[in-house]
Ligand binder design. Structure first.
Ligand code: F6P
Length: 336
C-alpha cells in the first residue's frame, strides 16, 4: 500500500511505566524504516498544546530500550480536557505537519486520543501502565517489571518479618485495580490480599486469615493491600486493635514505576510500537494496539474504551488454597 504519511508524533502520557522508552524507540525506528519522520512530543498531551517537541532520529533513541521512565517526559494535562486545549493541540499538529500521533499511556491517554481523533487527527494508542487495567488488552507495558520490583521488595521484607515473627502490611499501587496486588500476592505467598474490586470483610478476610495462619504454625504474616482497597496504615491499626499484634507498614509507592524494563516489557513494547506505526502508515488510526493470546490486535478506540478488564477472581481461590492459613488435615492412620 502506498504510504501517504510523511510525519508522525509520538508522546507518553499519564503515569509512566517501565518499557515506555522501548515503545518510543520502536515507533521512531519503524517510522524511519517506512520513510516517515518522527517528532517527539514532550510532556504528553500538554506538549501538543504548548508545541513542546523534539526531532527524533534513529540515533536519538539509541540505548533507551533498557531505561526506565520516559525520555519524552509525561504529564496529566487538565488543559487537554477542555475543547480550547484540544483545538490548540490540533493547531500544533497542523503547524508541525503531523499526519498522525502514537500515544503511549493508559485509559486517560486513550480518552484524550479519542477526542483528538474526532477532531481529524489519526491517533493510535499503545497501552502502558503498571496497573494492567486496560480492557482491550491482556497486557499493558510495565506490569511485569512492576510486579517483579514489588516481589523483590516484599521478599526482603519477609526476611526481617520472619526473623522478628511480625506481621507486615504492604501497600502496592493500584488506585482502581487490584491486578498488581493479586499477582504479587500469589507470587509472594501472602497471607491475605486486599483489592478494590472485592468488598472487604475485615474479620473474615484479614483477622481470621492471620489467626488461622498462626494456628497452622506461622509466626509471621504478609498482608498485601492495593492502594485503592484502603490505606495500609489504617489496615495495620485495625489489625492491632483486633488481635493485639503490631504490624509494620510499608508503602512501596513510586518505586514500583521505576527501574529497567524486563524482557517481557521490552519485547511487548517493541512489538506494540512497530504495529502502531504500521497502522498509521497503512492508513488506519483511531485504534489501540493490544495483545490477545500473545498476538498483537488492533481495536477501534471507541470499542476499546467500552471494554472492561475484570480481575480474575478465581485467582483468589488459588491464593487462599496455597497460602498456609489453616491446619492442613493430616491423613488418618487408616489412610482416609
Ligand atoms: O496509573 C498508574 C498508577 O501507578 C496508579 O496505580 C497510581 O494510583 C497512580 O498511578 C499514581 O500516580 P501519580 O502519583 O503519578 O499521580
Amino acid at each position: 500500500m502506498e504510504n501517504k504519511i510523511k510525519r508522525i508524533g509520538v508522546l507518553t502520557s499519564g503515569g509512566d511505566s517501565p518499557g515506555m522508552n522501548a515503545a518510543v524507540r520502536a515507533v521512531v525506528r519503524t517510522a524511519i524504516a517506512h520513510g516517515v519522520q518522527c517528532i517527539g512530543i514532550r510532556r504528553g498531551w500538554q506538549g501538543l498544546i504548548n508545541s513542546d517537541f523534539v526531532q527524533l532520529d534513529a540515533a536519538s533513541v539509541g540505548h533507551i530500550i533498557s531505561r526506565g521512565g520516559t525520555m519524552l517526559y509525561t504529564a496529566r494535562s487538565k488543559e487537554f480536557m477542555t475543547e480550547e486545549g484540544r483545538l490548540k493541540a490540533v493547531s500544533t499538529c497542523k503547524m508541525l505537519g503531523l499526519d498522525g500521533i502514537v500515544a503511549i499511556g493508559g485509559d486517560g491517554t486513550f480518552r484524550g486520543a479519542l477526542q483528538l481523533s474526532r477532531l481529524g487527527i489519526p491517533v493510535v494508542g499503545i497501552p502502558a501502565t503498571i496497573d494492567n487495567d486496560i480492557g482491550c488488552t491482556n497486557y499493558t507495558i510495565g506490569f511485569d517489571t512492576a510486579c517483579n520490583t514489588a516481589i523483590d521488595c516484599i521478599d526482603k521484607l519477609r526476611d526481617t518479618m520472619q526473623s522478628h515473627e511480625r506481621c507486615s502490611v504492604v501497600e502496592v499501587m493500584g488506585r482502581n485495580a487490584g491486578f498488581l496486588a493479586l499477582y504479587v500476592g500469589i507470587a509472594v505467598g501472602a497471607t491475605a490480599v486486599l483489592v478494590p474490586e472485592r468488598d472487604l470483610d475485615f474479620q473474615k478476610d484479614v483477622v481470621e486469615r492471620i489467626r488461622n495462619a498462626r494456628l497452622a504454625g506461622s509466626t509471621h504474616f504478609m498482608i498485601v493491600v492495593a492502594e485503592g482497597a484502603g490505606s495500609a496504615v489504617e489496615i495495620g491499626k485495625k489489625i492491632h486493635e483486633a488481635i493485639g499484634i503490631e504490624p509494620r507498614v510499608t508503602v512501596l509507592g513510586h518505586i514500583q514505576r521505576g527501574g529497567a524494563p524486563n524482557a517481557r516489557d521490552r519485547e511487548t513494547a517493541t512489538r506494540m510500537g512497530y504495529f502502531a506505526v504500521k497502522a498509521l502508515v497503512e492508513g488506519r488510526g483511531n485504534s489501540i494496539i493490544g495483545t490477545h493470546e500473545g498476538e498483537m490486535v488492533e481495536i477501534p478506540i471507541e470499542d476499546a474504551l467500552e471494554m472492561k478488564r475484570h480481575l480474575q477472581m478465581d485467582r483468589y481461590e488459588v491464593l487462599e488454597t496455597v497460602s498456609i492459613t489453616a491446619p492442613h488435615p493430616q491423613p488418618s492412620p487408616e489412610g482416609n
